[in-house]
Design a protein around this ligand. Structure first.
Ligand code: 6R9
Length: 714
């Protein structure tokens, strides 16, 4: 999280002492290094230190040919990097390829009968399914034929998916990719309304969904969300003409929601007509969009991050090879949801481009108990394991000794999505990894396509809590608010940026190119007329510190995005959802420390005049958030307060309420328009928390700084 006061904008109205990020030292204990095991080094894809030189700045951008050469091109490119229209970088211009061909067809000759996917259903008595490369080829061709001939989709059209973790999801993605159709998968846990909003934004005429799936032992009715999605899209001016419904158990409908005649169709029934159909992969320009992935930002509307075909696929293949150390004979398990970028890049596209076996699991990590992941790993012979700190924290809490009971051996493990506490890292390394694995902490974002910061697993030692240096061909830098470089080893934090373009970077925000430039490039652009990439650093929106050894420690978002269990939730989205409740006048979302999820959300709301607080209103707010965004966004607490602390210009001071929620310092409140309200709110909130035993532990210095800085993006 950014360090300092509430940033330049509000600093203008709040002339209290403003401390820039760079002036604040971030203190933490330097952690010891861990060396990768010799057995890992002996077999690693990247074991020759010369690889660092090959990707040195003097070889940029041509160094990325090494990644592109991992793919099969129909036509090779003539320009590696075209910078003629900054910051809309174009990679491998002139090249043509098909992503589905690269992930399937080209592996058939050598690996037809090898599992491409191993799908583990949540119910433990249900059979695990292997989808061989041959099966995947057949299923993707059939569904591509259906999409084209029944769905009427053409190259360049967008199709929205709202699919849970079943093989039908990668099948649907690769079928679109085969046709050059742009897929846009919305995380299954998001609400129907959130799905509809994204379908409208991408102008999708087709929605692909599933009737039901298992979560925590329960068969969840998912199709019901499609009806809400279609409704919401219509409100926003987009007609979803067809809803294609995969069935969790083909032939058996697991939803209560009626099928709408002429709009909703069961995919398993339609597929009868497309048995064994073959669809030639469409040869796409490298720069053609492959998919959209929506993510939250500072302002209300989610951003559709548009990823390319050639650059993206090259980047995920290259990083999967060198950073995930994937060999074709590995059994690789990335325990994420394909509804997030991690799943797109490191369950589907990267691993399949390399022709390996990728494991998918339907359900929650702790179902029916905290031994589940380790049983799966043992039974399937998983040797590469990839997950997020929130899952690690949960598994440690519920089953600290569980991994020891199972006979599995990981050569490599990954953590991604949030900062990992050194203590949690050590449990992951020692207990989950049995001290035998190389661990990488990979820092990156939806916008980036693939990893930005990580250690090369055989060549660079691990340091708990630090992601490591920039990955191959990525040259990060930390800037202070004025664009001065914050030096490695200075102990000071600032905004981490990437100085150069890379093949995996998203191309634009779907339909909003101005926002793309403004959010990611305007802040540190040196010259808007310049066509030299050196003038266009990419602003990541994360605070970071760089140690003397060059390793980065990522502190978290600087833009009012709350990272709950690895999911980005925009404060504005939460607040807009809350004020759809008629009784609510104003709303503010703040983070609280949470031992398992990293951060949780507390919502503060004030009521319209004349109304009094009630449990019912609280429930309405919770429900509204669930309907607009999804269950994952449900706040931990909702506080109905008499008024919000505000600046004289009327802005809600989120850092003040964030301080109250966390029992931390609220900072200087003398410049508020209504300073007296602070004590009222503090009393209300803290006495209730104390009564319920919900007092957080004392915050670390870094956490205190995060809270003090919250709301600075306003
Ligand atoms: C891949 C993914 C991106 C945000 C990012 C940062 C946080 C991701 C991290 C990390 C510390 C890591 N983040 N990886 N923080 N260490 N290894 O997570 O994408 O969902 O877009 O989230 O997550 O704050 O800016 P996304």
């Amino acid at each position: 999280m950014g360090i300092g006061e509430d940033g330049p904008a509000s600093a203008r109205e709040a002339p209290e002492a403003v401390v820039s990020e760079a002036q604040i030292a971030v203190h933490w204990r330097e952690e010891d290094y861990y060396q990768p095991p010799a057995s890992f080094i002996a077999q690693a894809n990247a074991a020759d230190p010369a690889i660092r030189q090959r990707f040195g700045e003097e070889h940029f951008p041509d160094c990325f040919k090494e990644y592109a050469d991992l793919l099969t091109w129909d036509q090779s490119w003539d320009t590696t990097l075209d910078t003629s229209d900054p910051p809309f970088w174009k990679w491998f211009v002139g090249g043509r390829l098909n992503a589905s061909f690269n992930c399937i067809d080209r592996h058939l000759e050598s690996s037809r009968n090898k599992a491409a996917l191993i799908w583990v259903p949540e119910p433990e008595d249900e059979e695990t399914k292997e989808v061989t490369y041959q099966d995947l080829y057949r299923r993707v061709n059939e569904f591509a034929a259906l999409l084209r001939d029944f769905g009427g989709v053409k190259t360049g059209d967008r199709v929205t998916f709202h699919l849970p973790m079943l093989p039908e999801l990668p099948v649907s993605m690769l079928a679109c990719a085969r046709l050059g159709v742009i897929h846009s998968e919305v995380f299954g846990g998001f609400s129907g309304a959130a799905c509809g909003e994204r379908a409208a934004d991408s102008q999708s005429r087709i929605l692909v969904t599933m009737d039901a799936y298992y979560r925590n032992g329960e068969l969840i009715d998912h199709k019901a969300k499609a009806d809400e999605a279609v409704e919401k899209a219509r409100e926003e001016g987009q007609e979803v003409e067809k809803v294609l419904v995969w069935r969790r158990h083909p032939g058996e409908y697991g939803s209560q929601s009626p099928m709408v005649d002429g709009r909703d169709f069961f995919v398993d029934e339609l597929l009868e007509v497309y048995r064994d159909k073959v669809v030639e992969p469409v040869s796409m320009p490298a720069e053609a969009p492959l998919f959209l992935m929506y993510t939250s930002g500072t302002t209300g509307r989610p951003k559709g991050c548009q990823h390319s075909t050639g650059g993206y696929l090259a980047y995920v293949a290259g990083t999967s090879k060198y950073y995930q150390d994937i060999h074709p004979e590995d059994t690789y398990w990335c325990f994420a949801d394909i509804g997030w970028i991690t799943g797109h890049s490191y369950i589907v596209y990267g691993p399949l481009a390399l022709g390996t076996t990728s494991v998918m699991y339907e359900g929650v990590p702790t179902y029916p108990d905290a031994g589940r992941p380790w049983r799966i790993a043992e039974r399937l012979g998983v040797n590469i394991f990839h997950t997020a700190p929130t899952t690690i924290r949960m598994l440690r809490k519920l089953g600290p000794e569980e991994p020891k009971k199972y006979d599995y051996h990981f050569k490599h493990m990954t953590t991604v999505g949030e900062p990992i506490e050194p203590d949690v890292w050590r449990w992951y390394y020692e207990v989950v990894g049995k001290g035998e694995a190389a661990v990488v902490d990979t820092w990156w974002q939806t916008e980036n396509g693939g990893f930005l910061g990580s250690t090369l697993p055989a060549l660079e030692p691990m340091k708990p809590g630090s992601c490591g240096p920039g990955v191959l061909g990525i040259y990060p830098v930390i800037y202070d608010e004025d664009g001065n470089v914050v030096k490695a080893g200075s102990g000071r934090a600032g905004n981490i940026c990437i100085r150069n373009p890379w093949p995996g970077i998203f191309q634009t925000i779907w339909g909003q190119p101005e926002r793309f430039v403004e959010i990611y490039y305007e802040k540190y652009c040196r010259n808007k007329e310049s066509k030299d990439w050196r003038d266009w650093p990419y602003f990541a929106g994360d605070g970071a510190v760089q140690a003397a050894d060059g390793y980065f420690r990522i502190l978290g978002r600087v833009d009012d995005v709350i990272n709950v269990a690895g999911h980005r939730l925009g404060t504005k989205e939460l607040e807009s959802a809350s004020i759809t409740v008629e009784e609510i006048a104003e709303a503010a979302a703040v983070p609280v420390m949470d031992e398992v999820r990293g951060r949780a959300v507390e919502m503060y709301v004030s009521l319209k005049p004349g109304l009094s607080p009630s449990k019912e209103i609280e429930q309405k707010v919770a429900k509204a958030i669930e309907t607009e965004i999804g269950k994952i966004a449900r706040p931990k607490r909702i506080w109905i307060v008499p008024d919000m602390p505000k600046t004289r210009s009327g802005k809600i001071m989120r850092r003040v309420i964030a301080g109250i929620s966390n029992f931390a310092d609220v900072g200087d409140v003398t410049t508020l328009a209504n300073p007296e309200i602070v004590d009222d709110i503090r009393h209300l909130v803290q006495s209730e928390k104390v009564a319920q035993g919900d007092v957080p532990r004392e915050l670390t210095k870094q956490e205190q700084e995060e809270i003090a800085a919250f709301g600075r993006a306003e």
